[in-house]
Design a protein around this ligand. Structure first.
Ligand SMILES: [Zn+2]
Length: 98
């Protein structure tokens, strides 16, 4: 279970920090995609985001849990899963456009 506070990956401008290790940046980009997707509130669309586990070609299904404002995600293949917290108000938050 990955529990990530998305703010930890951002710099003062609200962008993904460039001075963090490559692995962390890749994780941040992955989380940004999930936030972008889940915060639209559209769950009809097919999942398109590839799992981050090495060797897994599964797709990730993100769900915005409005109670507590967390995004829960799970890989449909390897069942890797996690929660993203503190993502509201970031550049990838589409919830204000609903
Ligand atoms: Zn997977």
């Amino acid at each position: 279970m990955h529990i990530t506070n998305f703010q930890h990956f951002l710099n003062e401008e609200g962008n993904i920090s460039t001075d963090i290790p490559k692995e962390a940046r890749e994780l941040a980009n992955f989380l940004a995609l999930l936030i972008d997707d889940a915060s639209t509130g559209d769950y009809e669309a097919e999942p398109t985001i590839r799992c981050i586990e090495k060797g897994c070609e599964g797709l990730i299904v993100p769900t915005w849990i409005q109670e507590g404002d967390e995004i829960y995600w799970i890989c449909i293949k390897c069942k890797t899963k996690g929660y993203i917290t503190d993502w509201r108000g970031t550049k990838w938050d589409n919830s204000s456009e609903i």
